[in-house]
Each structure stands twice: as C-alpha cells, then as structure tokens.
Design a protein around this ligand. Structure first.
Ligand code: NOJ
Ligand code: CA
Length: 705
C-alpha cells in the first residue's frame, strides 16, 4: 500500500514536467512530407510563440524559408498561441481521365500532411499540405467549433519567403483586372510603377505598388522555376501577392468586399489551395500543368456528351480592327443575318464546327453610367439579326452558333436576367456562350477578384452546366482548375489576348513566349490566335473611334510572323480555339489555313520539347483518339535554330510530315507573311531541324500513314 502511494506521489510530481516538455518538443518538432520522387520536402512546425510556419526544400536546397501561416478575422486572430492537437500523413496515387485536356489521363500522386491546431482560447485551425512531384498545395480549414458558425476574414498572412533575389515574371498586382503586360525583373524590383503595361485600362484596383497578380513565376540562378497560384477558388476571395522587398517575402493580399472586409465564411469552411508549381527548368515547369486540377474535386457533370472542344470563327475581329461595330446606330453593324451566313459558309467550307456572333443583341449603344447598369437584356436581337434563321442555316451547314453575353460588368443585371437568357439560348439552339465583364463591376465597389464575383462566376458556370451550355469567360477571375469539376468551363481570357494587337500599341514581342509560363500554365486560355493579316494590310489602320470602348490606334499590327500564328494553335492550350481573322484574310492563304483545318483541339498526350520564359517554347501534342501529332514552336525577338528528335512518335509508324515554316528572309517586322510549306515522310527517332525567324514560329503536322 505504502509503495503504491509513494509511486503515485512521484508520478504526480513528474507528470506535469513530462507534459510540459512534451508540449514544448511538440511545438519545436518538425512534421514533414515529401514528394513521391523525394525532390521536394515540406517541413511544418510552430515557433516559440506557437505561430505556425513551413519551409520548402527542392533537391536538398532551401527554396522557401520560414514562412508564417494564419489569419486575422473580425472575431479573433489565428496567428500564434497554437498547439498541435493532431497530425496525420497520407499518400494518394490515382489516375483520372479529364473530359478534355492536354492529355487523356492525369496522375494525381502526392504525400499529404494534415495538421490540427488549437489556440489558447480553444479556436481551431487545420492545415493540409500536399506535396507532389510537380509542387506544393496547401489549404486551411476552419472546422466547426462551438459558439462559432461564421467568420469574417480581415487578412490572410500566408507567406512565401524566398531565399534569393530571383528573376521574376510578373503582372502588376491588381484586384480587379488581369489585362496587363508582363514584366521581367528581379523579384525585389516588382513595382507597378515600373510595370510594362498598357494605359487603356479603365478599371484598376492596386492596393500597393509592390505586389504581383497571380500567377507569378520566378526563376532561380539554378534554373529552378516556381509559379505561385491558387486552386479550387470556391466561396472565398481571390488574391494578389504583396512583396516585402527587404526580406523577399511574398504575402497573400486578399481582394476586399465593398466594406473593406475580405471574405465571409460559414463554418466549417475550407480555403482554396495555395499552390506553388515547381520545375527544375522552364520545360519542366510546363509539365506541372495538372497540379491545379488535381487539387480540385472530380467531375460533377454526369452526362458530358454535349461538351465538345471545338475551333470557331466569328463576327469579332472586324469590330476590333474598326471595320464594323457591335452597335447598330453607327451604320456599321457587324452582326447581321447576312454577315452571319457569310461566316457560316466560310466555316462549312473549311470544316470549322462553330462560330461566334458578338453584337447580336440590343444595348451596345451605351457604355456609360447610369445606362450601363441595365443596357442589356440578353434576349432581344437587333432587327437586322434573325437569330433563329442564323441557327437554322448553321445547322443545315453543320456549323453551330456560339452565343455572347457581354455583361458590361453590370453583374446585378446579369444575375436578374441569366435564367431567362439561358432559356432563350436553349430554345434557339445555342450550345456555347462567351461571357464578358468589361469595366468596373456594377454594383459599385465589387471587384472582379472579390468573393462576390467569385461566387457569381461559379454560379454562372453551374447554371450553364444545368442548361448544357459550354462556357468561355472573358474578363474572368483567373482559372483555378475548376474545369475538372465543371468541364463545361471550357476556356477563359484573363490576360492581354490577340485583341490588344488591334486597339492598343500591341502586345510586346515577348508576350506570346511568356504566356505559356504564366496565364496558360493555370488553365485553358482563349487567346484567339490565327491572325494572318498580321500587318493589317487589309484594314484601314488608322485611328478609329468605333463608338464603343475600343479605340483603334494608328499603325497597329500583330508582332509575329504568320507562321507563329499557326504555331499558337499547338503552343497555347485551350479546348476552344478561335480563328480570329476575317474570312477574306484566310482565303488569301488557303495553303496555310490547311494547318488550322487539321490541327486538333483535344489531346491524348503533350510533350514539352524546349522552353525559355520570354524567349521560346516548343510543344508537341498527339490528337485525341487519333495517331496524328502536331508540333508548335514559337520564338520572341530572336531567331532560333531548333533540332527536334521525333522520339515522341509511335515506333514503327510512318508519318507524312508537313512543315509550315518562316521563309528564309521572314521577320516579324520586315517580312511577316513569307512562309514555306514542305512535306516528307518521317519515322520515330528521326530528326527535324527548323529555323524560326525573329518573332516567328513553325507549325508541323504528322499524319500517320
Ligand atoms: C472584351 C473581350 O475580351 C472581347 O473578346 C469582346 O469582343 C469585347 N469585350 C466585347 O464584348
Ligand atoms: Ca478582354
């Protein structure tokens, strides 16, 4: 008995000591997860104040140094004073099939580390890390907790502390608009006051000059490439990355609601994933494309037969180059029944399955407040456009109409009208819709990247899915891989597309060779390639005020060769690819048009052949369900001599290869439309040598014999 009591007293004395040391080591203790190939290692721990942080190593070298995690909410801070309540690890290795994509199968392979935290007041916060060979994703979870059913987020303090002043490819940090040109500088020099951007923007929300929009791509001295973005942005607000140039630390800067708060969430809630795509080279970075979709939920649309990747032409470029207008009052209305039939005939002749018509519905006469708020009803055609007859004629010729909903960012109005508008398109027989959100959001104060708009874009995506309509969003919130869950979300803009060549001083020569590592690395991109009249010989090329928001300046042009425009159909990824130019401009070059007729828009395999951000990119893709391959290669302001080993072709097969190349004396500035077409037979393992002119490209088809 005595012995028992004695032992118990001893225990009572020792237990608190034991517990104390346990909880302290628990705090300092690192919890880790590594990528399946062991190249990327994540460590998580709490500092002495109980503040959560992580670090990231790539090939045994620190890539992200001590970076803190947490939130400020209206109710309390979730920043320090935490204990780790529980940790867990898991691995997943599965393969799934996208409805459409850059490849027929996607491997989702990662190690997961789960952390459950509790602070002194009992508030709970969970963090889940997933480490892939392609990079890192992590998200926060606000679990259900007693006495708390919602939170108002005031700030997210997620950090990314870089270990060196890397080369950065960035877009100025704007909460509202992504239509700016990229700038290359040192990371520490990210500053919107030195950004290379167009001055045409009418909507801007720049909280601080030293911030970058998503995605942001960095290149280290060892050629490691990292792209910061986010995945599965659902019922939360978007963000930009604010830089502290002294410590080289990036921090999430959430887009606000009109009242200045950032996000309102109902518990339990999960944030989107904060992501870093990592490649040992620019070429490897391109191969990380599916990290974002892997972090999204599987497809929710049961029957997907109606979702069909397609090429499309349209009544569009003629408005951008000042030959026609969206509105009718100008007397230059583009969207007439007659003109639509001309496009249908063109599509039918060249096997293009769809065409877009913009400016078919009334309301384009007003672009200023207060009329802008209610300008469009989305169902009333101008009297010179018989939409039913156009759809009927298209059907007869096997060409379907892509509808257009320019909202002029009057989102409250669109919310009111969308059900009626979709019912109208269903009734008329429209299977895809391009939406647009030009200008500052109405009601005032909301931002394109704010939570209210995130929810709007997602609601529209779901409504379109219910109506069996494919969607292409212009002036979108940047894509975050949601097309895995809703594969009717085909494509989006969210960058300076081809249109900037029509009515601004034009995309810089480095633009097309930067997009694959920025905007196109995070999702399909409706750039609208394929302008053949690159120097605008057939346009008036003078300043035209076409009555809308587009002002065509003098001396505009596309800064590329014609052949580069062909190559973009392979280099730029989108399951919707436009033939942007006018029918008459294509008909001047039927031999070059042949490549666009043949090129696929949906793929079984993608192989990244060579790449350098801002300089060049070459990609080969195998068409979905076909033995044929296509190769696209583009260069910026320098000529290139590329040798491609054709080891991606199927062993033992012979292919007729047709090479569309810049002529010997081609040059984007002096001789952009000079090209040559050569045909021969090749086999797997053969070598193809191709010269690219300055601002040029090459487009190659491999048709299996
Ligand atoms: C901007 C879009 O990006 C463009 O493609 C469209 O033609 C105009 N808005 C008009 O809706
Ligand atoms: Ca746009």
């Amino acid at each position: 008995m005595m012995k028992y009591v004695k032992n118990n007293i001893l225990l009572l004395l020792v237990l608190p000591l034991l517990f104390w040391s346990c909880s302290n080591t628990k705090k300092a203790q690192k919890h880790s997860a590594s990528s399946p190939n062991q190249k990327i290692k994540l460590d998580f721990a709490l500092n002495e104040k109980g503040a959560p942080y992580y670090t990231l190593d790539f090939k045994d070298k620190k890539l992200i140094d001590t970076s803190y995690l947490g939130f400020k909410t209206k109710e309390f801070d979730l920043i320090e004073g935490f204990d780790i309540v529980e940790t867990s690890t898991d691995t997943k290795d599965e393969t799934w099939k996208p409805v459409w994509g850059q490849q027929a199968e996607v491997r989702n392979h990662y190690q997961e580390l789960g952390i459950k935290l509790k602070d002194k007041k009992g508030h709970l916060l969970n963090i889940t890390f997933r480490v892939f060979d392609e990079g890192l994703g992590f998200r926060y979870e606000f679990p259900a907790q007693s006495g708390l059913d919602s939170l108002i987020i005031l700030d997210e303090i997620t950090q990314f502390k870089m270990t060196d002043d890397h080369t950065a490819f960035w877009n100025l940090g704007c909460w509202d608009n992504d239509e700016y040109w990229y700038t290359q500088s040192k990371l520490s020099e990210i500053d919107s006051s030195r950004a290379n951007y167009n001055s045409l923007d009418t909507w801007m929300s720049i909280p601080t000059s030293t911030a970058a929009s998503l995605p942001l791509t960095l290149r280290t001295a060892e050629d490691v490439h990292l792209t910061f973005h986010e995945a599965a942005l659902v019922d939360f607000t978007g963000h930009i990355l604010a830089l502290d140039p002294q410590t080289l630390t990036l921090k999430t800067s959430l887009a606000p609601a009109p009242d200045g708060t950032k996000a309102s969430i109902a518990l339990p809630a999960k944030t989107p994933w904060r992501t870093i795509q990592i490649g040992a080279s620019a070429t490897e970075l391109l191969a990380t494309y599916y990290l974002l979709e892997n972090l999204n939920e599987p497809n929710q649309i049961k029957n997907t037969d109606w979702i069909k990747p397609t090429k499309y032409a349209g009544i569009w470029w003629e408005m951008h180059v000042g030959k026609a207008t969206w509105d009718k009052a100008s007397g230059m209305h583009g969207a007439t029944t007659k003109n639509a039939k001309r496009y249908i005939d063109f599509c039918a002749k060249y096997g293009i399955p769809a065409f877009l018509v913009e400016g078919w519905n009334t309301g384009w006469e007003v672009w200023t407040a207060p009329e802008r708020a209610t300008a469009f009803d989305f169902t009333t055609p101008y009297e010179d456009f018989d939409i039913r007859e156009v759809v009927r004629y298209g059907k007869e010729k096997g060409v379907s109409l892509i509808g257009h909903h320019e909202t002029s960012a009057a989102v409250a109005r669109y919310n009111e009208r969308i059900d009626t508008a979709l019912a109208f398109y269903n009734e008329v027989g429209v299977s895809a819709v391009k939406t647009g959100y030009v200008g500052s959001i109405i009601p005032k104060g909301y931002l394109h990247k704010g939570q209210w708009m995130v929810n709007h874009y997602n609601t529209v995506m779901k409504k379109m899915a219910n109506a069996k309509i494919m969607l292409d969003v212009h002036e979108p919130i940047y894509p975050t891989g949601l097309c895995r869950t809703y594969p009717n979300l085909m494509s989006a803009e969210g960058m300076c597309g081809q249109e900037f060549n029509a009515w601004s001083s034009g995309n810089p020569i480095t633009h097309n060779v930067t997009l694959p590592f920025m905007r196109n690395l995070i999702g399909p991109m409706d750039f609208t390639p394929g302008v053949f009249d690159v120097a605008f010989k057939n346009s008036k090329n003078e300043r035209v005020d076409n009555g809308n928001f587009f002002m065509k300046e003098g001396n505009n042009r596309v800064k590329s060769t014609l052949v580069q425009q062909l190559a973009l159909y392979v280099v730029f990824y989108s399951p919707l690819q436009m033939l942007a130019d006018l029918p008459e401009n294509y008909e001047e070059h039927p031999d070059a048009l042949k490549f666009i007729q043949e090129v696929a828009v949906d793929w079984d395999k993608t192989v990244y052949l060579n790449a350098k951000v801002g300089e060049y990119a070459s990609i080969a893709r195998k068409a979905k369900g076909s033995p044929n391959w296509f190769l696209g290669s583009i260069t910026g302001d320098s000529k290139q001599d590329f040798t491609f080993k054709l080891d991606f072709l199927e062993e033992g097969k012979t292919y007729t290869v047709t090479i569309y190349k810049d002529a010997e004396d081609a040059d984007w500035e002096k001789n952009p439309t000079a090209y040559a077409i050569e045909s021969k037979d090749v086999k797997a393992g053969d070598v193809l040598k191709i010269k690219l002119a300055r601002g040029g490209g090459s487009a190659v088809s491999f048709i299996a014999k």
